[in-house]
Design a protein around this ligand. Structure first.
Ligand code: ADP
Ligand code: MG
Length: 221
C-alpha cells in the first residue's frame, strides 16, 4: 500500500529564554511521517522530545519552521481552526495518564465528545467500543484510582481516540509502567496501524523503539 505523508516538519526552531541565557532546543529540526506509520522518538533527557510533541500538537509555538499536517501548515491555523486541529486531528497520551479522578473510565473516554458538545448515542456506543477494544469493558464504571497503571493508560489511549484523530502523540506512555503493562499498552498502539493512524511515541525503551517502523533520534541542539 502506498501511504501519503501525513506529517512534515521542516526546519523547526525553538528556544526558551532570550539573549545569552537562551536555551536552543530545536535547531532546524526536520522529519516526516506517513499515514499509519509508527515512529519512535528517542534522545537523551532535555533533547527536546516533549517540546517537539507540544509544538506538533499545537500546544506550543515554534520560533520558525513549518509543521505541515495533511498538507496544511498548522502555524497558519488560528482560532477555531486551530482548536479543531488540536481536538480532532490529534490525540495525546502522556506518561502520567491525566485522567480526571472524579469521572469513571467511561466518562473520561467520553470527555472529548462532551467538550465538543456531542454527547450522542453514537458517541456513547463508540466510547464503549473503544473500551472493549482495549479490554476494559468491565472497567467502565471504575474511577481512575481503581484502575491499574496499565488500565489507566489504556483508558487514556481510548480517550485520545474518541474524536477519531489521524495522529496520536504519545510522550513516554509506558514510562511509569512495568514490563508486562508496557507490552500490553504497546500492543494497543501497534493496532492503530490498521486504522491508518500515525503514531509518534517518545520513549527511552529500546525494545519499544525497535518495534516501531522507524526511529528518529534527537540530539541536544
Ligand atoms: N517552558 C519551558 N521554559 C524553559 N525551558 C524549557 C521549557 N520547556 C522545556 N524547556 C527546556 O528545553 C529543553 C528540552 O526540554 P524537553 O522538550 O522537555 O526535553 P525532553 O522531553 O527530550 O527531555 C530542556 O533543557 C528544558 O529544560
Ligand atoms: Mg520529555
Amino acid at each position: 500500500m502506498l501511504n501519503y505523508v501525513m506529517l512534515e516538519i521542516i526546519n523547526l526552531n525553538k528556544s526558551f529564554g532570550k539573549g545569552e541565557s537562551a536555551i536552543h532546543v530545536l535547531n532546524n529540526f526536520s522529519m516526516a511521517a506517513e499515514a499509519g506509520e509508527r515512529l519512535a522518538i528517542v534522545g537523551q533527557s532535555g533533547a527536546g522530545k516533549s517540546t517537539l510533541l507540544q509544538i506538533i500538537g499545537g500546544l506550543d509555538a515554534a520560533d520558525s519552521g513549518i509543521v505541515r499536517f495533511k498538507n496544511e501548515n498548522i502555524f497558519d491555523k488560528k482560532g477555531r481552526e486551530l482548536d479543531t486541529y488540536r481536538n480532532r486531528d490529534v490525540g495525546f497520551v502522556f506518561q502520567f495518564h491525566y485522567l480526571l479522578d472524579d469521572f469513571t473510565a467511561f466518562e473520561n473516554v467520553m470527555m472529548p465528545a462532551m467538550i465538543a458538545g456531542e454527547d450522542t448515542k453514537a458517541n456513547r456506543e463508540y466510547a464503549r467500543a473503544l473500551l472493549a477494544r482495549f479490554g476494559l469493558s468491565d472497567r467502565e464504571t471504575h474511577f481512575p484510582s481503581q484502575l491499574s497503571g496499565g488500565e489507566q493508560q489504556r483508558t487514556a489511549l481510548a480517550r485520545a481516540l474518541m474524536n477519531r484523530p489521524s495522529m496520536i502523540l504519545a510522550d513516554e506512555p509506558t514510562g511509569s509502567l512495568d514490563k508486562k503493562n508496557s507490552e500490553e499498552v504497546l500492543s494497543m498502539f501497534d493496532s492503530l496501524k490498521n486504522d491508518g493512524i500515525t503514531v509518534l511515541i517518545v520513549t527511552h525503551d529500546e525494545e519499544i523503539a525497535k518495534s516501531c517502523d522507524r526511529i528518529v533520534k534527537m540530539e541536544k541542539a
